[in-house]
Design a protein around this ligand. Structure first.
Ligand SMILES: Cc1cc2nc3c(=O)[nH]c(=O)nc-3n(C[C@H](O)[C@H](O)[C@H](O)COP(=O)(O)OP(=O)(O)OC[C@H]3O[C@@H](n4cnc5c(N)ncnc54)[C@H](O)[C@@H]3O)c2cc1C
Length: 524
């Protein structure tokens, strides 16, 4: 059977794989992407969900990485004002704070001012924030200011000793929705997106690659041909290089696990806290899904299958103790309603500690035959730039000269002004008066202008079909299955949405049953 030879075959449906797929297909290349599980089932749904420069990386003198990410924040915000929004970060400061810190900045400080050992003085934080405000330029996001915590509402949930704080800007992003929207956009432009499809081997055959895949639902195998491969396997990138493609290279990956805990809402303002710990690390406490607070992350070397990463009791206690240094209220294990964990695929640059390993990415192109590009590391924040740079490396080998295009083009549903979220919610609430405020906001946050396509001609809640709890209905499930590659209830309640925080196990089971029946009906 003669098969079409695609230009690019992408292994991995995380943010990097889907971002590259969208960019490449939009340049007129023909793209196939294979993801062995659900889209964003690995690291790309387990992040802290920030489009950020990474304030703490300044202490590691990672100025290029921070600058690149800071510049990118506003570009991304404009392309997806539904799933991303500005957030203010409150960094409490206390003169008695002491830190064990081995960062280059702390070491330099100790060398030139030995009496400062163990401290992160206020002027150093202010200097860092000044750089953060100016390194990347800002048009949308407001700059840093000082807060008097004895008066400001942000001081209320904190221990009394915290009387002063700095407040700066970064952005929130719904990480797994970002992945799905990139995949959808790629598919709408002509890409083939295969989920639950594992790449089992790939070999160079003349001027192209022959790639074998296995359907993880049925066990069926298939052969694909492509002129190039992008290995965007995240934590599996090294496994793909060595076991699936069998390249001869010494490049490696370092797996660093990061876990988060979720509690009921701990404070009622919309700002996020940036807490500094005595161990030199930092954690965030972030308003989450309206009624919850997200606390994370940890940083631990990881060995084993990245799919098995889970938040340990030790990590839960670490995060609780860390937060308890700051919050007036004492948190205990019983307060934790959900945890999640992911593995950072960091390029192995020989750094001593997990916290110190570089967060920047490395793109490695092997041209000993048809090309293969492997992606090591990367942040959610830099995915679009990473895609551009990946294509800059790959295009010459494919003889294509197309230019960058993704900076100004909104993702599906994001075609409204960056400050237009409330107006869109108001408009949709007027058009569909049966929506309560929670439902309307949730739909617009998830689908932006495409919420209208889900609501369609509905005149009442009943017109949306069966309701499964927490405002999720048959109409939405149908959309998620038809347009967003959802196959299981887990895909829906923990990745396309976070409704798992609100639904009972019975309700989730009803969703699973409904989806199974719908799938059977589709295939018969
Ligand atoms: C705790 C934590 C917090 C973070 N917070 C932030 C943050 O706030 N902001 C930020 O910018 N970044 C953050 N990051 C970093 C960011 O999440 C990752 O860099 C990014 O998600 C990596 O995406 P990826 O596509 O490379 O990998 P992944 O999302 O892991 O995708 C790789 C995919 O490849 C698939 N795959 C592997 N092998 C095969 C195969 N043989 N066949 C088919 N498919 C295969 C896997 O199933 C997986 O879905 C965080 C990371 C962690 C762990």
């Amino acid at each position: 059977m003669s098969k079409e030879i695609r230009d690019v075959f992408i292994i991995g449906g995380g943010i990097n794989g889907t971002g590259i797929a969208r960019d490449a297909q939009g340049r007129g290349l023909t793209v196939t992407l294979a993801e062995m599980d659900d889209l964003a089932s690995a690291t790309s749904s387990a992040s802290t969900k920030l489009f950020h420069g990474g304030l703490r990386y300044l202490e590691y003198f990672e100025f290029d990485l921070v600058k690149k990410a800071l510049i990118e924040r506003e570009t991304l915000l404009k392309a997806m004002p539904h799933i991303s929004w500005p957030m203010r970060f409150v960094l409490p400061y206390h003169a008695d704070m002491r830190f064990e810190s081995t960062t280059p900045a702390a070491k330099l400080l100790t060398r030139v001012m030995p009496w400062m050992k163990g401290r992160r003085p206020a002027w150093m934080i202010r200097m860092g924030l000044f750089m953060y405000d100016h390194l990347g330029g800002r048009k949308i996001l407001p700059g840093t200011k000082t807060l008097d915590l004895t008066r400001a509402p942000e001081g209320a949930p904190l221990k009394e000793k915290f009387r002063q704080a700095y407040e700066y800007s970064d952005c929130w992003v719904e990480d797994s929705r970002l992945v799905v929207l990139n995949a959808r956009d790629a598919e709408e432009r002509g890409a083939i997106v295969l989920t639950r499809t594992k790449v089992t081997s790939a070999e160079r055959t003349g001027d192209h690659w022959t790639i074998e895949t296995e359907d993880m639902n049925t066990g069926a195998t298939e052969t694909h041909l492509a002129r190039s491969i992008v290995n965007a396997g995240g934590p599996w990138v090294e496994d793909i290089v060595r076991a699936k493609v069998r390249l001869n290279t010494s490049e490696g990956i370092r797996l660093v696990k990061g876990s988060h805990i979720v509690t009921k809402q701990l404070f009622d303002h919309g700002k996020c806290y940036f807490f500094q710990g005595e161990d030199g690390r930092i954690i965030f406490a972030i308003p989450y899904e309206t009624d919850f607070t997200l606390i994370g992350t940890t940083d631990m070397e990881f060995e084993g299958d990245p799919a098995d990463a889970a938040c340990s009791d030790e990590e839960t206690d670490y995060l609780l103790n860390f937060a308890n240094q700051y919050f007036e209220q004492t948190l205990a294990r019983e307060d934790v309603v959900w945890t999640y964990s992911g593995v950072r695929p960091l390029f192995d640059d020989g750094a001593m500690s997990a916290t110190a390993a570089t967060r920047d990415y490395v793109l490695s192109l092997d041209t000993a035959g048809p090309p293969i590009l492997s992606v090591f590391g990367g942040k959610i924040t830099t995915y679009r730039k990473l895609a551009e740079q990946s294509l800059a490396k790959l295009l010459p080998a494919l003889g294509s000269k197309s230019g960058d295009w993704t900076a100004e083009v909104p993702l599906p549903g994001g075609d409204f002004p960056v400050d237009g979220f409330d107006a869109l919610v108001a408009g949709i609430s007027t058009e569909y008066p049966f929506l309560d405020p929670f439902w309307a906001r949730r739909l617009v946050r998830a689908y932006g202008t495409e919420a209208r396509a889900i609501l369609a001609s509905a005149k009442s809640a009943e017109d949306m079909g069966e309701s499964f709890g927490a405002t999720i209905t048959e109409a939405e499930l149908r959309w998620l299955m038809d347009k967003e590659y959802a196959q299981t209830a887990t895909d829906v309640v923990w990745r396309r949405s976070k409704l798992g925080l609100r639904l009972t196990s019975d309700e989730i089971e009803r969703i699973e049953n409904w989806m199974n029946t719908a799938r059977l009906a589709q295939s018969s």
